[in-house]
Design a binder for this molecule. Structure first.
Ligand code: GDP
Length: 298
């Protein structure tokens, strides 16, 4: 059965479906490279990264005739080469509790990702505590409690509008007293007032360091793949207001053209700890560059 047009990867769309056993060969010339660049740009890879990928593809092969399969493999290899260094699971330090601050704009999937992470670590035998640090949004707190129940993990909350830093301080105390392995702290995602958010995050960091100077051990930025190139800007902003140590990209299950992930890896080199591929508790996967590149190229 031929796959529907929109399900095909990038090159599938460009080359169409070669008849079985027919080897279609294309010359890797300027025209071809330009078409490839355009495809990568439509996949949200951004101009700079798209140019880098096609330039690497052409190196030593310009003007050669390649089969569609060879072009696909070449492109997937170049993408994998950019992505390989950033594919790293969330590092687990022996330090107890390991503190993970989760940042990102509202709607990016912070709450969902915290629920999924809690469930994964719990399934791996770890003791997890969640702090509902977005005390401003009652809905976020409620949602986090639902996820905590699903994952079988306690969720610490504070009254709406109360100081998130004070909640984080209490959560640190509880996680230490309980001998928890992991403390996941949700934070507000109101970027409208950047300096307020920056102060709020800085204060959370200050108070948890009173309990453990090495905390937070990770600051995880959650990004929504459907925002495309916007994700690049979000990394810039969150790097300015917090100490981002790694990324989770959500909503890669949808129609999102995950090419922005390649641009992120190319420009920032931050580790990609996991990807979100759905709304259910098990829909968080380790990032696999080869699989990702193959799916993108198609
Ligand atoms: P927050 O505001 O950053 O805490 O975002 P939420 O965790 O509440 O997520 C916002 C919306 O995105 C919710 O409807 C989630 O179900 C949805 N969502 C989160 N992660 C994923 C994902 O990986 N795939 C899909 N399809 N939806 C997701």
């Amino acid at each position: 059965q031929p796959a529907p047009q929109e399900k095909r990867g990038l090159l599938g769309r460009l080359m169409g479906r070669a008849a079985p056993k027919t080897v279609v060969r294309r010359t890797l010339d300027d025209d071809m490279l330009e078409q490839l660049e355009e495809l990568l740009i439509t996949a949200d890879m951004g101009v700079d990264t798209a140019l880098r990928v096609t330039a690497n593809m052409a190196e030593g092969r310009f003007g050669k005739k390649l089969s569609v399969a060879e072009i696909k493999e070449l492109m997937a290899d170049e993408i994998t080469r950019i992505m390989d260094p950033v594919a790293r699971p969330l590092p687990l330090y022996p330090k107890k509790p390991q503190v993970v601050l989760v940042v990102g704009v509202n709607g990016s999937g912070k709450t969902t990702t915290i629920g999924k992470l809690a469930s994964q670590f719990r399934a791996a035998g770890k003791k997890v505590v969640i702090a509902a640090g977005d005390t401003f949004r009652a809905a976020a707190v409620e949602q986090l409690q639902v996820w905590g129940d699903r994952a079988g993990v306690p969720v610490l909350t504070a009254p709406q509008g109360s100081d998130p830093a004070s909640l984080a301080f209490d959560a640190m105390g509880k996680a230490q007293a309980d001998g928890a392995d992991l403390l996941l702290i949700d934070t507000a995602g109101r970027l409208q007032n950047r300096s307020d958010l920056m102060e709020e995050l800085a204060k959370i960091v200050r108070v948890i360091r009173k309990k453990d100077e090495s905390a937070p051990h990770n600051t995880l930025l959650v990004l929504d793949a459907t925002t495309g190139q916007n994700a690049l800007n979000q990394v810039k902003v969150f790097q300015e207001i917090s100490d981002v140590s790694g990324l989770v990209m959500t909503k890669l299950d949808g129609t999102a053209k995950g090419g922005v992930l390649v641009a992120l890896a190319d420009k920032f080199g931050l580790p990609i700890h996991a990807i979100g591929v759905g709304e259910q508790i098990d829909d968080l996967q380790p990032f696999d560059p080869q699989e990702f590149a193959d799916a993108l190229v198609g």
